[in-house]
Structure formats: C-alpha cells, structure tokens
Design a protein around this ligand. Structure first.
Ligand SMILES: Nc1ncnc2c1ncn2[C@@H]1O[C@H](COP(=O)(O)OP(=O)(O)OP(=O)(O)O)[C@@H](O)[C@H]1O
Ligand SMILES: Nc1ncnc2c1ncn2[C@@H]1O[C@H](COP(=O)(O)OP(=O)(O)OP(=O)(O)O)[C@@H](O)[C@H]1O
Length: 592
C-alpha cells in the first residue's frame, strides 16, 4: 500500500540527508509502528507519505514514494486526501473549521459523501472518542488532549485507506489513548485500513503493532523481534531484559506470567522495607525545605535584557497575560522565609466561558517537592498551571506564589519565583535560530554564556545552532524550550506535558536534571499523562477530575490505586511496591 523506493530527503541547510536510501513496503491492512530517537526523521518519513514533504516543508526528495499507486512527489496533499488521512504533531495546524462537529464533518464534505452517511459517522466518532459533550464547542476553547481527539476524529470519519499519525497519543490521557488505539485496531481489522504511526511511548502502542519500523537503520519486522534488538524499548522490555526473560514479553500480561522468579528474588528487599520511594532520597545535607539560592543579583534587581514586548510575553499570541520565564533572568533574592510555601491555593475557582475549569482547589507545594498533576483530558491541569503563573485570575478563592498573588504581581517580580514550560513549546520561542534563542535565554537569566546551549545538548545531543526553531523536530523544540526555562533556575518550575517528542534517553536525562533541581530545593509541578515519567520523577501525585482534586498523596500510593495511572512495572510486580525498572535494578544489585 505504501512503497519507498530508494528515498532520500535532504533539507536545504543540512549537509547530510535526514532520510537516506530508504527501501521499504508497508503492506495493506497492517498497523506499522515507526520508532526512533528524537530528531531521527520519523515526521519526515510520515510527511513523505502524506505529501507534506517536500511540498510544504521544503527540502529535496529523491527516489519514489507511492501510496495506493500514487506518487506523492507528483501528487500534492490535496490530491492524496481521498486516500491518506494525516494527523501531525500539532493538531491545531490542521483545523479548518471553528467547532468540533464541523471539523468532524469537513473531510467528508470535501469528498462529497451523502449527508446521511456524514451524519452517522459524525455521531459514531463523537461517541468513540468521548467528544459528544463537546460537539458544539469552539475548537479554540478545548484543552490540548481534547484538540488531539478532534484532530484524530476528523481524519477517521472519511474512512481513508491509509492513516498517517504522528505521536497521536502524546496529549491523550491513558484511557483516551487506549480508546484511540482500539479504534485504529478495529479499522485495521475490519476495514483493512493501513496505519503508519510514529510514537515515543511504546508502552502504549507496541502491543497493537503488526510490524515495527526502526530508524535510522530502517529495520522492519515483528514487534518482538525488533524490540529484542532495539535501543529504544518500553519499561516492560527493559524489565524483561534485566530479568533475562525469553522470549521478551511486550505486554504487562505476558510479563506477569513470567514474573514469579523475579518477585521471589525481590521479596527479601520488600520485607526489608525497600523501595522507600520512587526516587533516591535527597541527601539531608542539601537545602530541602527552603527556597533555592537564587544566585547573584544585579545592583538594580532588574533585568538588563528585557523582552516584555516580544511575542510570547505579556499579552502575547495566546491572548490573555502570559508569563514565561524565558523573558527574564535567573531568580533574584526572594525574601521568602523557609516556611513560606511556593504554591498555596485556597478554595480556588476558575471559570472559563461556560466551563467550571477549577473548583475548590486547595493545594500547597513546598520547596524541594516534585508533584505530578494527573487526570483525564480537560480535567483542569493546564488551567491550574496558568493560574499559578498569573495568566488566569481566580474567579474566586486565592492563589499565592511565594506569598504573592501572581495575577496581581509585576511580571518582573514574579518571574524570579516561577517559570512555565507551556504545553506548546512554540509559544516560548521567538528567535530565528537555536543559538539566538539560547543567547537571549542566557542574557535574560544572567547566566554564563553557553549555559542554555549546554542544557540543550545535555537533554538532546545533535541540535544544530543555526536551525530555525520552526524547523526543529518536536522533541528538539521541546528540549530547547525546557533549556530556555531551566537556564533561569526558577524556585518554582511548572511543566505542562514536558515529554512530547522526547525519546526515552532524553526523558531520562530530563528526569536526572529535575531531580538535581529538587534536591537543591526547587519545587517542580508537572502536568502529565506520562505515567512512567510520573513514577520516575514525582514524589507526590495530585489527581484532578472535573476541576477538583480527587486524590493527593505519595506517588506509590496514588498511582497504584488506579490502573490507568499505574506504570508498567507496578502492574507486572503487584502486589510488590515497585514502580520503575531503576528501583528493581538497584534492589537486585543490593541483594547480590
Ligand atoms: N522543514 C524543515 N526544514 C529544515 N530541517 C527540518 C525540517 N523539518 C525537520 N527538519 C530537521 O530534520 C530532522 C528530523 O526531523 P523530524 O521532525 O523528521 O524528526 P522526528 O524523528 O520526527 O523527531 P521527534 O521524535 O522529535 O518528533 C531534524 O534534525 C530537524 O531539525
Ligand atoms: N480558553 C478556554 N475557554 C473556555 N474553556 C476552556 C478554555 N481552555 C480550556 N477550557 C476548558 O476548561 C477545561 C479544563 O481545560 P484544561 O486545558 O485546563 O484541561 P487539562 O486537564 O490541561 O487537559 P489536557 O490533559 O487535555 O491538556 C476543559 O473543559 C476545557 O475544555
């Protein structure tokens, strides 16, 4: 159904091609999972199938890509629309209408389907993707995950022969991700749809794949065979390799069947009270319990390189007030006594148009804490983060950041306390090159030259200085946005879905960096659907449902009591209290 014949793609400025001499075939009626490190060329490969590469991205494609017999180089995307449905990494880029229902119908209207068929498919899709309640909503008012569902729904309704999906579950809560993958599997099985899907969170998808295609070497084969050699693999495979299980299990269910021996080896450690928590405990000598040393100040206490008028700051692109730490320098002297919490909300209510987005939120976060906010799409997590940086004022109740009301505080003051990496990293970036973005971040933070650039390389090697942030891969762009904010070392760090586009290795390096910050007394609040990340990083999990906090406690207790939020290791080794492969590995070493 999809054929690559000696295909290479080279972007204009690059010395080396991104894809080189690819020869492969994706058979009709199969779900093929595309796997590879951040920036390796997965989106480029998908774009060559949908026709976006090179028609919209620039660059040169040599060789031939055909979909259902049509050459994508001679057929621009609109001439492929009846065959290929595409969802890219940024769902907002696809929307052509204003409301959910119109968007679901649009693709079918363009193909001239009968009104009765359109009506039926819209209703089916609203139900399948949990969108029924949102059918009349303007798309602009949806949460990130709600938008991703609409984008997926809009390509499902025309029933294309081929679906090309780039990280389709990256903004979805765990159950929505399962629902979407089940729908895709049904299309593959019942209608013979061909699906080519790139994804980093293999724990979510690998069991649905008929074949896995691994870049950069373009190795393609059954999931178990590819996973046994792939440097990129989900926790279940990492655990299987550690325990020496053959054949390697790909699902929690298969792993549980083999886990008896491993549990026996771990039992003495459990009896001895290990694991104590998801992370190595910070050493008592560090300054947990007090705000971090904010570093040197300039004499006037003000920024020497201010960008309050730049896009992404002040009344920026997203409307409303946006306070992003990249626009300021490193935190200044805080005047904060050790006992003042960095976050304190009391009976916080936020109404957004017709929606009660937050209700009665009482939350306290102290220096040194790492808190994961979890909950289904639209629960209110991003709204809470926005309220903490003063982008949204409370409808009632109070918010205090280090004792101050953020929406009523001068941004230049507030920026010393809090930094946000938003759900869409683009909102934070406005320079023309990576190097310029990093130089501005260093200046804003009064950090030594090269600090931000070193952070980018630490998180994700291989990001070129002269690339425009627009041309970065999704993971590269997120790494840049994270580096920009981390350069400022704010006492309170807020991260909204900080792993989209990041491979496992980059995620591990991010975790390491954030753990070190927490040990230094920084507080970290992250909104995430990545249960593996929460298990590795957070000491505390707060579950938000329908605008309210419904659970708040130690990670191990909260995530294990809800299968949707449990990491793979917890499910495999239950009832033993392990959450991560790292914990198991350490315990086995100690047991030796
Ligand atoms: N339009 C473009 N112009 C120039 N370079 C580009 C363009 N699009 C992508 N690139 C470069 O091509 C390389 C591969 O990017 P691509 O988005 O295909 O990677 P990816 O594997 O999908 O990454 P991720 O996992 O982070 O989404 C990157 O180095 C990126 O900077
Ligand atoms: N600008 C807006 N106007 C009106 N309602 C909004 C607006 N932005 C978000 N909402 C609604 O507020 C509620 C909370 O949205 P929010 O973005 O905080 O959820 P979330 O938990 O971050 O979701 P996700 O996991 O999908 O990112 C949702 O019902 C959403 O549709």
């Amino acid at each position: 159904m999809i054929r690559f014949e000696n295909v290479s793609v080279r972007y204009e400025e690059d010395a080396e091609p991104t894809l080189r001499n690819l020869d492969l075939t994706v058979p009709e009626g199969e779900l093929v999972l595309l796997v590879g490190p951040s920036g390796v060329g997965k989106s480029t490969l998908l774009g060559a199938v949908s026709g976006l590469v090179p028609h919209f991205t620039g660059g040169t494609l040599t060789g031939r890509v055909t979909v259902d017999g049509r050459d994508t180089r001679t057929h621009p995307p609109r001439e492929l629309a009846d065959v290929v449905g595409t969802v890219g990494q940024d769902p907002s880029a696809h929307f052509v209408t204003d409301t959910v229902e119109d968007e679901l119908a649009y693709g079918m209207e363009s193909l001239g389907l009968a009104p009765g068929v359109m009506r039926r498919r819209v209703e089916e899709t609203l139900d399948l993707l949990g969108l029924a309640e949102l059918r009349d909503r303007p798309i602009a008012t949806l949460s990130g995950g709600q938008r991703q569902r609409v984008a997926i729904g809009s390509v499902l309704t025309p029933h294309p022969k081929v679906l090309v999906l780039d990280e389709p579950t990256s903004a979805l809560d765990p159950s929505a991700a399962e629902d979407v993958l089940a729908v895709l599997q049904r299309l593959v099985h019942d209608l013979g749809t061909t699906v080519l899907l790139a994804e980093h969170r293999l724990e979510r998808v690998v069991q649905y794949a008929d074949q896995v295609l691994l870049l950069p070497d373009a190795v393609m084969g059954p999931p178990s065979a590819v996973m046994s050699v792939s440097p990129i693999h989900p926790p279940v495979v990492t655990l299987g390799r550690l325990a020496g299980w053959t054949p390697l299990p790909l699902t929690v269910r298969d792993a549980r069947r083999r886990a008896g021996g491993l549990k026996e080896r771990l039992e003495p450690m459990v009896s001895a009270g290990i694991p104590a928590g998801p992370l190595p405990l910070p050493s008592p000598s560090r300054n947990r319990g007090s705000a971090p040393d904010p570093g040197p100040q300039t004499p006037d206490g003000l920024n020497t390189h201010t960008k309050a008028d730049a896009p992404g700051f002040g009344k920026g692109r997203g409307g409303g007030f946006s306070l992003f730490p990249r626009s300021r320098r490193r935190p200044q002297h805080t005047d904060t006594p050790p006992t003042t919490p960095l976050v304190l909300t009391t009976s916080l209510h936020v109404r957004r148009a017709r929606v009660e987005a937050l209700r009665k939120i009482d939350l306290r976060v102290d220096p040194g804490e790492t808190v994961a906010l979890m909950g289904r799409n639209g629960a209110g997590k991003s709204t809470l983060l926005a309220a903490l940086v003063g982008m949204i004022a409370p409808t009632s109740g109070t918010v205090r950041i280090a004792g101050r009301a953020p929406h009523a505080t001068d941004p230049r003051e507030l920026i010393r306390q809090v930094g946000l990496v938003p759900q869409e990293p683009r909102d934070l970036l406005y320079a023309d090159t990576v190097a310029a973005e990093c130089a501005a971040a260093d200046a804003d933070a009064d950090a030594a030259d090269g600090t931000c650039r070193a952070l980018v390389s630490e998180l994700l090697p291989g990001v070129a200085d002269d690339t425009h942030p627009r041309d970065l891969s999704e993971g590269q762009r997120l790494a840049l946005a994270l580096a920009v904010v981390l350069t400022g070392r704010p006492p309170l760090l807020l991260l909204d879905e900080p792993t989209r586009g990041l491979d496992y290795a980059a995620k591990a390096r991010l975790v390491e960096h954030l753990r070190a910050l927490a040990e230094d007394g920084h507080a970290i609040v992250l909104a995430t659907h990545d249960v593996e990340l929460a298990a590795e990083l957070a000491r505390r999990v707060v579950i938000v449902a329908d605008g309210e906090v419904v659970a708040d406690g130690p990670t191990a207790e909260v995530v294990v009591s809800s299968p949707a939020f449990s990491p793979q290791v917890a499910k495999i080794l239950a009832p033993q209290p392990w959450l991560t492969v790292e914990q198991v590995e350490r315990a086995l070493e100690e047991a030796r």
